[in-house]
Ligand binder design. Structure first.
Ligand code: PMP
Length: 434
């Protein structure tokens, strides 16, 4: 037995005396060797809804009834670039924006983010002196840890990235304001305001107000406000998203924020409806450029969603059913991390009240090793560093856990294995004298 018994208070691994540390390391090695014999095949990599969640929306496959929208338009035909009114009304209410300022598009909000960025690069925005591509340099502020696809998108267009810490109440607004004020190449930033990917943090109205009001060296600074998890509560204490469009408008920067959302994790991840909201001028700008690429969205899918949900309240009730499926998985992650790692000084982690992820910080310098150990034991984790631009976590500390897709028993097995890997990597690190 090492000092880590059930009855005594755990001693942080970094504080163990050499003999106790050797015994602890041997114990972790034995536990890991036992894990290797189990031939696990588990996956905690991506934030996908589980089949049981997709089943909640199965009725969509037998909808719509008829094909006319509320205004009598035949949804099977071309046209209606902004999306049908009834789906915009439902989601306008949920996202806190007027339906007239909401665009309902295809199945992916990421596509809308991509297209918005490309239009800014090629054409410039409503408040840009020239297209961004004609600037010497374009830089975005990236709160970290953040969403890997946001960073990959910027990287693919040669946009520089500067990081700021993502705190408990949102991005570090003072750090953002200082950067944005001092460097005209800084044209925008990412924010996942509600139940952020991966920390679960909720951006407060105060932080949002600061971002809306701050002076920026660029005249056309854009906040890409990606509210992918706006409605994805894990508890009855439902966070309300900050009201970014109104805040920007009343601060005299009406065109600063562009909001994105989708039903990817409400209905079907591959066949939902995506949304963009912004100032009336921004919406007009977006639709003008979209009109060169499309004669109209899949309105049949929009109608089927409007009929399925019926109202904003229908969506809220649907999200409670999702919560019933995934909240126990998050509780299991929390239980295992607490039982196996609590008090040992080898990890901290988030306890999200919504969203799709748990952000796990392990001992500095061990995240890649944990992911490598887990992989060899048959547990796929998101690559270490993926929540940072270019995959570079300077502290090699952060691991994103995505527990929604596996069934509960698999979450238990996978998290137990992760805990073993965290402990072994920590023991190796401390023994190595780092
Ligand atoms: N934004 C964030 C923050 C996400 O986590 C995800 C999915 N992982 C998306 C956007 C993707 O959205 P969509 O399915 O609407 O393209």
């Amino acid at each position: 037995m090492t000092e880590q018994t059930a009855t005594s208070r755990p001693v942080p691994v970094t504080e163990l005396a050499p003999e106790a540390l050797a015994a602890f390391a041997a114990e972790q090695r034995a536990a890991y060797d036992a894990l290797l014999t189990r031939s696990l095949r588990l996956d905690l990599t991506r934030g996908k809804p589980a089949p049981a969640q997709l089943d909640l929306s199965e009725e969509l496959l037998s909808l719509p009834r008829g094909h006319a929208d509320a205004g009598g338009t035949d949804t099977r035909n071309y046209g209606g670039l902004q999306g049908i009114a009834e789906i915009r009304e439902i989601f306008g209410e949920l996202l806190g924006v007027p339906a007239s300022q909401l665009v309902a598009g295809g199945n992916s909000s990421l596509t809308m983010m991509h297209d918005t960025l490309v239009h800014l690069l090629l054409h410039g925005g409503v408040d840009s002196p020239r297209p961004w591509a004609q600037e010497e340099k374009v830089t975005f502020i990236c709160p970290v840890p953040g969403y890997d696809r946001h960073f990959a998108l910027l990287e693919s267009y040669g946009i520089d990235m500067v990081t700021v810490p993502m705190g408990e109440h949102g991005p570090d607004a003072e750090a953002v304001a200082a950067l944005a004020a001092s460097d005209p190449s800084i044209r925008g930033m990412w924010v996942v305001p509600t139940y952020a990917n991966p920390t679960g943090a909720v951006t407060t109205q105060e932080v949002a107000a600061r971002l809306a009001a701050m002076e920026t060296a660029a005249p056309d600074f854009k906040i890409f406000w990606d509210n992918a998890y706006a409605l994805h509560h894990l508890t009855a204490d439902e966070a309300k998203s900050a009201d970014i469009l109104s805040l920007c408008s009343s601060a005299g920067h009406p065109h600063r924020a562009v909001m994105f959302a989708s039903t990817s994790k409400i209905s079907f991840a591959g066949a939902g409806v995506a949304f963009l909201a912004a100032s009336p001028e921004n919406v007009e700008w977006y639709l003008k450029h979209l009109s060169k690429a499309s004669i109209g969205p899949d309105k049949v899918n929009q109608l089927r969603h409007a009929q399925f949900f019926g109202s904003a309240q229908g969506v809220r009730e649907h999200m409670v059913r999702h919560r019933g499926v995934i909240a126990p998985k998050f509780a299991e992650v929390e239980r295992i991390l607490t039982e196996r790692l609590g008090g040992l000084g080898v990890a901290t982690w988030t306890r999200p009240s919504g969203g799709y992820f748990v952000s796990l910080d392990v001992l500095d310098g061990t995240a890649s090793r944990v992911v490598e150990l887990a992989k060899a034991a048959g547990v796929a984790l998101t690559p270490a560093g993926s929540s940072f631009p270019r995959g570079d976590d300077p502290d090699d500390r952060n691991i994103r856990l995505a527990p929604t897709f596996p069934v509960l028993a698999e979450v238990t097995e996978a998290m137990d294995a992760v805990a073993t890997c965290v402990l072994l990597a920590a023991a190796e690190r401390v023994q190595g004298g780092a």
